[in-house]
Design a protein around this ligand. Structure first.
Ligand code: SAM
Ligand code: SF4
Length: 344
């Protein structure tokens, strides 16, 4: 952080509407998990017998809106709504409509498992959602069931078609790739993306929470292996486009589709991190792979209506944003919260 900004933080000088951490990174992207609940139980995300939060412990939709607006006033330009499965929370659409009306935001985007899109895609477009990421790890219905435990592949495919028909541009598939579970699916997933004119990102599994169906160390499948597998079927050209996110993008020669690789283990992307996450409990997480956090629900509930107190708590939180994550897939997870609690 510059001396001037540090001086502003430590004195009563008017604070610039910008969130900057100790490493000079500007935070202008907030991911909000609006529920920890989900209709799927993906093997890498959740344990089989998940216990979800009681209602009094979670933020109300009104509190989530106040937080979204406050972050926007502090310079946040992009908000992603996620979960758990965000579209299973009652009132999710109204919340999206309200956040979509915050004028200073450039983009309201959504991550979903796609199960509700068939009925909700058109309304989401209307609500001002600009882009949607849809999780899809395989096109084989049995494997899909095995990975999600409760999901129905065909319902998700219909959801993707509904999102296309609703006019969403640059839809993106997110696929978490596990060795011996779905690593042989990568070429067919890219073929599906190309046929549908959508993008796809492959994600290395992160050790968040304790899972039972596989050993994370044995299931690790590096982005480099996926790239080598894809090279046998497609020509991938390094994209020069910078999205500001952790994905390293390639263009599929002769197609519109971009293929991204999110490689938390093999290619650290923390130096350009521009994001923070809000859990449904109101905990502001400063890093996906660390526990540094600030309880914004407590600030909201002990100082109701005091937007200065809330803003100061958020500005102060930037000072504890860690430099980088330290994942080690070969050890028991240090981070005990699951991805559904984190807002992936
Ligand atoms: N339910 C929605 C969905 O599945 O898209 C949104 C929440 S989900 C937690 C967000 C993303 O996190 C999904 O793309 C999912 O595949 C990914 N994810 C979940 N657990 C993960 C893990 N342990 N490592 C890497 N990615 C994970
Ligand atoms: Fe649910 Fe998304 Fe987690 Fe799968 S990855 S269990 S769909 S929250």
């Amino acid at each position: 952080m510059s001396d001037f900004l540090y001086y502003c933080f430590m004195t009563d000088l008017p604070k610039p509407a910008q969130l900057i951490d100790r490493f000079g990174r500007t935070v202008d992207y907030l991911r909000i998990s609006i529920t920890d609940r989900c209709d799927f139980r993906c093997v890498y995300c959740m344990a089989e017998d998940m216990v979800f939060l009681p209602r009094e412990q979670i933020l109300s939709l009104e509190e989530i809106y106040i937080l979204a607006k406050t972050f926007a006033e502090l310079g946040v330009k992009k908000i992603r709504i996620t979960g758990g499965e965000p579209l299973v929370r009652k009132g999710a659409l109204e919340l999206l409509q309200n956040i979509g009306r915050i004028e200073s935001l450039d983009e309201l985007v959504l991550t979903t498992n796609g199960s509700q899109l068939e009925t909700m895609a058109a309304a989401l477009k209307e609500a001002g959602v600009k882009r949607i990421n849809i999780s899809l790890d395989t096109l084989d219905a049995d494997k899909f069931k095995a990975i999600t435990r409760t999901g129905d592949l065909h319902q998700v495919i219909r959801g993707i078609q509904a999102a296309k028909s609703a006019g969403f541009k640059r839809l993106k598939i997110n696929a978490v790739i596990l060795k011996d579970r779905n690593h042989l699916e990568v070429a067919s997933l890219v073929r599906f993306a190309v046929a549908n004119g959508i993008d796809i990102s492959f994600i290395e599994e992160m050790p968040l929470g304790v899972v039972s169906r596989h050993n994370r160390s044995e299931a690790y499948y590096a982005s480099a292996s996926i790239k080598a597998d894809l090279a046998r079927h497609f020509t991938l050209l390094q994209s020069l486009e910078k999205t500001g996110g952790p994905s390293n993008y390639f263009n599929v020669a002769g197609a519109e589709t971009r293929v991204g690789f999110i490689s938390p283990h093999s290619e650290n992307f923390c130096s350009t991190c521009n994001r923070v996450r809000l859990t449904v409990e109101g905990r502001l997480l400063l890093c996906l792979g660390n526990e540094h956090s600030v309880d914004l629900k407590q600030v909201l509930r002990t100082h109701p209506g005091d937007s200065d107190a809330l803003k100061q708590a958020i500005i102060d939180a930037m000072l504890i944003k860690p430099e980088k994550h330290e994942f080690n897939i070969h050890e028991q997870p240090v981070i005990l919260r699951y991805m559904n609690m984190t807002g992936g």
